[in-house]
Design a protein around this ligand. Sequence first.
Ligand SMILES: [Fe+2]
Ligand SMILES: [Fe+2]
Length: 483
Amino acid sequence: MAETTNVDYSTKIPNNVGLMDDQRVLKALEQWHPGYIDWWMTMGPEGFQTSDVYLRTAISIDPKGWAKFDYVKMPEYRWGILLAPRQDDRRVNFGIHKGEPAWQEVPGEYRAMLRRLIVVQGDTEPASVEQQRHLGKTAPSLYDMRNLFQVNVEEGRHLWAMVYLLQKYFGKDGREEAEGLLQRRSGDQDRPRMLGAFNEQTPDWLSFFMFTFFTDRDGKMQLESLAQSGFDPLSRTCRFMLTEEAHHMFVGETGVGRAIERTCQAMKEAGIEDANDVAAVRKLGVIDLPTMQKKANLHFSLSLDLFGSEVSTNAANYYTSGVKGRLQETRIEDDHQLTKATYPVSKLIDGNIKMVDEPALTAINMRLRDDYVNDCAKGVQRWNKVIEKAGVNFRLKLPNVAFHRGIGEFATIQASPAGELLREGDWAKQKDQWLPSKEDGDFIAGLMAPCWERGKFASWIAPPRVGIDNKPGDFEYVKVDRA
Ligand SMILES: [Fe+2]
Ligand SMILES: [Fe+2]
């Protein structure tokens, strides 16, 4: 069977890439499958593997009507290989190969580079499932629980997507990398996941929502720039993943938004005017806005680190080679080679944060990070609308990019969220005002009582405006085993 819009479910691995006619890759994937299921059973959502969950499954790559909803037990989810359709006459759109036909096979000289990019992207997918595996137990509603599991199964599918590329195009070392993706574990001392933010804990639901807002959005940016790749199968894989990724960010943005809404509502009902009166707000069983700001500070700064160094020769090489582009590369009006262009980069110069023009090629990471920050800022504005509408005097803000950084220009210094450089002692004294403290964590943990009755929501979060798949408010999104 050739490549199609609809997905072939006749093979064990649903796909639209003609696996029936590609026995070598089909066999490799079938051999990888038991290890994956083993990983899912040990590292996937804890306690819900036998529950029926109302999930969407991709059945087509047609943007209209690509998914169907039904009850599924998660280990039986049909994780498939789905690539966006091939575009006739697609070209390499940037770098030194600009204008050449897009590559349908891996060019020998870029093999190591492409493998590395695919493995790093692939590694984040199972990592987030591991980070989130305990959350089902404290879900604030069946609606939220279902959204968590939807994100989880789709991250699992994204792992499949990357493993397909490794097994189809990278031979023996691709198969070894595919195994490695099942071996590493988020937060593990000896075999951690590859990137920092994916080894952090996701201890509570506010963290989960912040993670899907900030860290999945980094994922979106990475996928967008890989979707520009001259290596066509990678481009097509990422384009389809982006369809699913949109829902992950929806879960994050509306999750935080609903927590904010509930907090503001409770404050108004109780006649509390001062949003900074943390003790008074917490007595209402909702999360105070200053703590939400701290959580945002944490997740934003961890996610910025995922973009790598502001100035990077690796990033320049990826670009020049045509393997990883910029956000919406083809819509940018320039020469797409950047040999003479510059780009402003925020740097630490003589103890001050300054903007400096750097060659645009080495500033590729910085540019993508700027696009990311702008995208985040729009979401924060929408959160602020919720606060404003409730008549509460408080606004959330993104911290300065120099705040709490582990990678790049600002890794060696400490700065306040406003971007003032701090002395060592001053940071230690004030950091609990800016990042979630142990006490904040304990308070949030105390609120995380499960709320699994149909149509009910935990004290700290408002219901959504509309249900998933237009289901009514009391829909049973997860049939929880109460044995
Ligand atoms: Fe993903
Ligand atoms: Fe995601």
